[in-house]
Design a protein around this ligand. Structure first.
Ligand code: ADP
Ligand code: MG
Length: 760
């Protein structure tokens, strides 16, 4: 009998091509193979819709043979060279409407001719190509189905394979066909030992779910559609439940770690700061603040994700938490993803604190502390003094980039780690910071401005508690967004530049954003690719529009570049204005100089890449023109435009694009223009990405543990699973009474998967 943990290489399993299964699909064990579910099911009466084929796709189609032609070309004399005759077999198959040609050349043409006959139904697999306006598969793999009406004497084994009306179609590749996978799975199912069910019986009963063994049988060998649905419901539960149980265990373990309580101190810096605040906190800021203040007072570490719209005032919330920790004698570190953002945080924090941050100086407040800054470009002398102040504890707050993670950075007593814009940091970085508090763990607050739908938060960030700031501070000005179709309406683009001129004439400032820097070798290619790796943290240039390929015109010009656009504007529509340039390749000092000049109003227009996407805060900037806007992702555009409308004056954002009307790219831009609700947009963004992308870069190129579960569509199920799993784990933390579940968690957290949960 086979166990789920039995490896597929074991000769007793009798699976052919186990190496291909491992390489192509990450299937190593019997259990893995059984969780390789059919992508769809064909029925004999319903052949594949051939009209829906797309070039270069690897497909498995069910179709009926329409005609078979054996074509021979005789030997011939071509010029002086004699040419041997050739032969090929051309088979046309049909779904009843459209047709597809199968071509077999040379010797390969003989074998199929015996099996492929007119009128027969078969499965054909291969890569779709186009030849003379006709879809074709060259040398496809094929599997003819037994046909009751004309018994062809097929091997009995094959007949049994397709006894059911429903033919499962598996994710397959050129190296292994769907029906070979299907056959292996059936072999394994026939000899499968009783499998321990990860879902406790009580849960199965409550939600009317079938047992695991039964579900695996039903999804691979369904008797009817109802079987498939019931199996899917059940197997989806597994995915949600096992993951939530793993996360619940993690939360428990984290809560068991000691942390130093940092209770608020009446009359301390935090209170003094509140007293001096030039504005009133929003209700949300106050509520979240109270929750965090309580978390910090506990003897186990806070692990909280603070999410909130761009401009919702997360920094103030974080700063108040940092001051509470300083009041109780500890230190706080604020980690920012880019140099520009670290510097800006440093500046705004020292400004907000005023005399409270001037300890040791004449005009300091009585209980003042110091704020230190440490980035990759901090000069040796400043760096030494920052390190010393942090080491002695004179600096209560340290702001910086990942330079903070270096070994030389040693705290007197690190009590709180704040991470801004979470999505750019990997777990290793967070752990490195945590370890700077030896003995006890620091409290951790993660802030993100990319709103995360509830289910993703529950899954990807499952071991963090989540707080959300929903309202914007009063007095914010609305941002109007328009799509500027530069190709159809050149006049609109001219008007866009006039608007920038008008804003500047009224004493305000503008951003012009481009997807690319320009003049950097290899960059064109890179800008077209999407996503960025975690180690590119500092250089955030490059747009990452999802689903680029579908709507790409055949010949795309390279994306517009900062250097080219700046030059063209300077010579043309924005001549006479003071333009500055900002991108990731500038020297840090130069970046800082440009940002300061823009902030001080010494520049009218900043032409930049998406480096300005996060956190940049210049209230006097009111207009933003985004060039080649379709090259950016939906959430990214939303982040970008959050840079304007931060002051008293209304913001204007213009999305310039050459994408044709009604194209998917244009629809995306219209959606961004139509709503300012970040949650709706981030949902839209996620819907267009594949699930693996949703779970983050750690998943790239790896098998996702989620096969049936859809984070965006199975909200309710995930919430229920979280609740049930939490209860089970609370009652039996080691899962001693829940063997099936504990085994499933081990599989989930196996070496290939541990990283994934660690994302949180
Ligand atoms: P984000 O959440 O995007 O990080 P910030 O923390 O940068 O937002 O806040 C944006 C701006 O709003 C800052 O200039 C900050 O001082 C200001 N701000 C924060 N809270 C309030 C408030 N309650 N009332 C008015 N202005 C506020
Ligand atoms: Mg911020």
């Amino acid at each position: 009998m086979l166990q789920c943990v039995t490896t597929l290489r074991d000769p007793l399993v009798g699976v052919t091509k186990s190496d291909v299964l491992a390489q192509a699909f990450g299937l190593y064990t019997v259990g893995d193979l059984l969780r390789h579910y059919p992508r769809r099911y064909y029925t004999r009466g319903e052949p594949t819709d051939l009209a829906s084929l797309r070039e270069r796709d690897h497909v498995t189609v069910l179709a009926r043979v329409f005609s078979v032609n054996h074509i021979r070309t005789p030997n011939a004399q071509w010029g002086n060279a004699p040419r041997r005759g050739s032969q090929r077999l051309e088979v046309t198959v049909t779904d009843g409407y459209a047709r597809l040609t199968l071509v077999f050349f040379g010797k390969g043409a003989n074998a199929p001719a015996h099996q492929i006959r007119e009128g027969r139904l078969g499965l054909f697999a291969g890569t779709v190509t186009r030849f003379r306006h006709q879809w074709q598969l060259v040398h496809p793999e094929y599997e003819m189905l037994p046909d009751s009406s004309m018994d062809e004497g097929l091997a009995a084994e094959h007949a049994a394979d397709y006894a059911s009306e429903l033919i499962p179609v598996y994710p397959a590749s050129a190296k292994i066909s769907s029906w070979l996978i299907s056959r292996s799975i059936r072999k394994v199912l026939d000899r499968l030992d009783v499998v321990a069910d990860p879902l406790p019986e009580a849960v199965r009963d409550t939600y009317h779910l079938m047992g695991l063994h039964e579900a695996l049988e039903a999804i691979h060998r369904p008797r009817d559609r109802a079987d498939i649905n019931r199996a899917r419901d059940r197997l989806k539960w597994d995915e949600a439940f096992v993951m939530q149980a793993a996360l619940a265990q993690r939360r428990l373990a984290a809560a068991a770690m000691p942390a130093v309580p940092r209770p608020p101190e009446p009359g301390g810096l935090a209170d003094e700061f509140d007293r001096r605040l030039p504005f009133t906190l929003t209700a949300g800021q106050r509520e979240v603040g109270a929750v965090i203040a309580h978390d910090l007072s506990c003897a186990y570490p806070m692990n909280r994700l603070l999410q909130g719209e761009v401009g919702s005032g997360k920094t103030v919330v974080a700063l108040r938490a940092m001051l509470q920790v300083v009041d109780s004698g500890g230190q706080a570190a604020l980690l920012a993803p880019t140099e520009v953002l670290a510097q800006q945080h440093y500046r705004s924090i020292t400004a907000m604190l005023g005399p409270l941050a001037a300890s040791g100086q004449l005009d300091s407040a009585e209980r003042a502390t110091q704020v230190a800054l440490l980035t990759g470009s901090t000069k040796a002398k400043k760096r030494r003094s920052a390190l010393a102040d942090v080491f002695t504890g004179d600096a209560g707050i340290l702001v910086g980039t990942h330079a903070l993670l270096e070994d030389q950075v040693q705290f007197a007593d690190l009590g709180l780690v704040v991470i801004d814009e979470q999505h750019r940091f990997g777990v290793e970085q967070r752990d490195a910071l945590r370890e700077k508090a030896p003995g006890a763990r620091p409290h951790v607050l993660v802030m993100t401005a990319t709103p995360i739908p509830r289910t993703v938060a529950m899954t990807v960030f499952g071991d963090l508690e989540v707080s959300t700031l929903t309202e914007l501070p009063a007095g914010r000005s609305p941002i109007t967004t328009h799509v500027v179709p530069a190709a159809e309406r050149p006049r609109y683009l001219e008007r866009a530049w006039e608007r920038v001129q008008e804003e500047v004439a009224a004493g305000r400032q503008a951003y012009v954003v481009c997807p690319r820097i320009g003049d950097v070798p290899g960059e064109e290619e890179a800008a077209g690719k999407r996503g960025r790796s975690a180690d590119e943290v500092e250089d955030t240039d490059g747009a990452d529009a999802p689903g680029d390929d579908e709507d790409a015109p055949a010949e795309r010009r390279p994306p517009l570049a900062v250097l080219d656009v700046a030059a063209a504007l300077d010579d043309g529509p924005l001549a006479g204005l003071r333009l500055g340039i900002l991108h990731g390749r500038l020297h840090p000092e130069e970046k800082d100089r440009v940002m300061t000049a823009f902030k001080d109003g010494d520049l009218d227009v900043l032409v930049a890449t998406s480096v300005i996407e996060v956190g940049v805060d210049v209230p006097n900037a009111t207009a933003m023109v985004i060039m080649d806007a379709e090259r950016f992702g939906v959430s990214q555009l939303h982040q970008l435009r959050g840079r304007v409308g931060r002051g008293r004056h209304a913001g204007l954002c213009l999305l310039v694009t050459e994408a044709p009307p009604a194209s998917p790219a244009r629809d995306r831009l219209d959606a961004v223009a139509a709503t300012s609700d970040g949650f709706r947009l981030s949902r839209l963004d996620l819907e267009q990405r594949r699930e693996g992308d949703v779970l983050g870069a750690a998943q790239a190129g790896r098998q996702s543990s989620l096969k049936l579960l859809r984070l965006l569509h199975d909200e309710e199920l995930i919430a229920l699973a979280r609740q049930e799993a939490g209860a089970i784990v609370a009652g039996d933390p080691q899962l001693a009474e829940h063997r099936g579940l504990s085994a499933a968690i081990d599989t989930l957290l196996g070496p290939r998967r541990a990283e994934f949960l660690d994302k949180s």
